[in-house]
Design a protein around this ligand. Structure first.
Ligand code: CUA
Length: 156
């Protein structure tokens, strides 16, 4: 039998305990804040054409394209209660795609497509910000999602 120093035993034990707390916290946060890891979709150049598709009254599909220093479409209008599938890509460097109120945090990477689904229940203006430094115009890179109280409306 190998003899283990009691102090070492304590350290190993407390490390394992601490790691369990970390893992538990992540699982707890995932449930509580319903955070999801974005999906990675197989690449297809079609995703580089910015657009908003209305799939039905409250179901939308957005191809969001980031580039220096804008998001296209820059202005997304949807009615409250909508669920939006966002497919995100970049035309050039790495950009961020952050909707703070919705806990959306994605990276726009050239040559790859990231996807997430967001539900907008409350009317209001949700700002999309770029949170990856992407050059001189980084701090001005913004888009918005306008959630209207009534139904209808979409823009380019
Ligand atoms: Cu795009 Cu920072």
């Amino acid at each position: 039998m190998i003899k283990v120093d009691p102090t070492e035993k304590k350290i190993v034990f407390s490390t394992m305990l601490l790691m369990s707390v970390f893992v538990f916290s992540i699982l707890y946060a995932k449930e509580k804040y319903r955070s999801d890891v974005p999906e990675c979709v197989p690449y297809n150049a079609a995703y580089l054409q910015p657009k908003i598709d209305t799939l039905d009254d409250h179901l939308y599909r957005v191809f969001a394209v980031a580039s220096m220093w804008q998001f296209e479409p820059s202005d997304i209008k949807i009615p409250a209660g909508s669920e939006v599938d966002i497919y995100l890509s970049s035309k050039d460097v790495v950009h961020g795609f952050n909707i703070a109120e919705k806990n959306v945090n994605m990276m726009a990477v050239y040559g790859s497509i990231n996807k997430t689904t967001v539900k907008f229940d409350k009317p209001g203006v949700y700002t999309i910000t770029c949170h990856e430094y992407c050059g001189a115009g980084h701090q001005f890179m913004e888009g918005k999602i306008v959630v209207t109280a009534s139904s209808i409306t979409k823009t380019k």
